[in-house]
Design a protein around this ligand. Structure first.
Ligand code: TRP
Length: 342
């Protein structure tokens, strides 16, 4: 007999369509891991609302975008369980329990939260829900009893905070919660933006979306930032910090060819336009099948609803059981049990 399969929980905030950065940082890994692990993918609509309270229609629409993007890159609905966060109210109850185990100053020192607050210009006016999202994420991770949490580099401090909650809970109330571990992709963890900035993001306007049309992808690639010091194709070019090459590293299956192109670029023997045209072709090879799966799912909204509804129901049963253990460990009176013997 083999050991029971270990559990993975990972999540997306539905705040817009997913892009190549999401793919390189998280989705590619998920597609591989679905074969080895019991996988839950949480569409974290309540977390998305923590900085989008005024844009509920964006969150509602993005739930479907995110589901379709996951399916389009190759996640198999027969293997993975898609769960809608707001469909599992027990997560909110776990959050309330965990909020007592975390201090406000610790949340303010969380490097991810700090950076996200800076990017959103929140300062002292941060919504309390946003400041506390790592606690709600601790509920997500522990609620599903996840052993592993595949995330991009930037989410590691959030998983670290979950580990602190688990440690503290188990210390106070006895061994109850599963200790999770973050799992980051080995290569190409962080894709830069088309403008060369450190991170691809929708809000920075430097993203290539998984659902972009061939024309849009082509235009975005041809407009990419390269080596600003290079004026002619015969000038030696810089490969480091050049996003065109970062994308080739992440998406061109011909690694040897990429190395060759890099040395020609460094030597001033290939122009920016030629390199970009090659990249556009590489991305098309990757995106075309994704686009086809995407449009086929687009035509089956009933199936999408069924996937999300059935997955949420299965996920909810797991989280309910965890909440039962948590309340029992704390030792609060168990009303459900009282009703049974009544
Ligand atoms: N915070 C994650 C992000 O922004 C999304 C998320 C929500 C998540 N719940 C999760 C990730 C649970 C891993 C596990 O990408």
């Amino acid at each position: 007999m083999s050991a029971p399969r270990r559990t993975i929980l990972t999540g997306d905030r539905p705040t817009g369509p997913l892009h190549l950065g999401h793919y390189a940082g998280a989705l590619a890994n998920r597609v591989k891991l679905q074969h080895t692990y019991h996988t839950f993918i949480l569409i974290a609509d309540l977390q998305a609302l923590t900085d989008n309270a005024e844009r509920p229609e964006l969150v509602r629409q993005s739930v479907w975008d995110v589901l379709i993007d996951n399916l389009a890159v190759g996640l198999d609905p027969a293997r993975v369980t898609f769960v809608l966060q707001s469909g599992v109210p027990e997560l909110a109850e776990l959050t309330q329990v965990y909020l007592n185990l975390v201090t406000v100053s610790r949340l303010q020192r969380n490097p991810t939260v700090k950076e996200e607050m800076r990017a959103r210009g929140f300062a002292a006016n941060v919504p309390a829900g946003f400041l506390c999202y790592p606690v709600s994420q601790a509920a997500d991770i522990t609620g599903f009893e996840a052993h592993l949490v595949p995330v991009g580099e930037d989410q590691v401090p959030v998983v670290e905070q979950t580990r602190e909650v688990v440690r503290r809970f188990n210390q106070l109330y006895g061994e109850t919660l599963v200790m999770p571990k973050a799992m980051t992709p080995e290569t190409g963890a962080r894709l830069p933006g088309t403008d060369g900035k450190a991170k691809m993001s929708a809000s920075a306007g430097n993203a290539i979306n998984l659902g972009d049309s061939p024309e849009v992808v082509h235009d975005k690639v041809m407009g990419m930032y390269t080596d600003p010091a290079r004026e002619r194709a015969t000038d030696p070019g810089r490969v480091e910090g050049n996003p065109v090459f970062s994308y080739l590293d992440a998406f061109d299956p011909d690694a040897r060819g990429v190395e060759e192109l890099k040395s020609r670029y460094r030597a001033g023997r290939v122009g920016d336009v030629a390199v970009k045209q090659h990249l556009a072709a590489v991305l098309e090879d990757f995106l075309e099948p994704v686009r086809q799966r995407r449009s086929s799912w687009d035509q089956r909204p009933d199936e999408l609803r069924e996937i999300l509804a059935a997955g949420t129901e299965r996920g909810r049963a797991v989280v309910k059981a965890t909440l039962g253990k948590v309340l029992a460990a704390i030792g609060l009176p168990d009303v459900a049990a009282m009703m049974k013997t009544h």
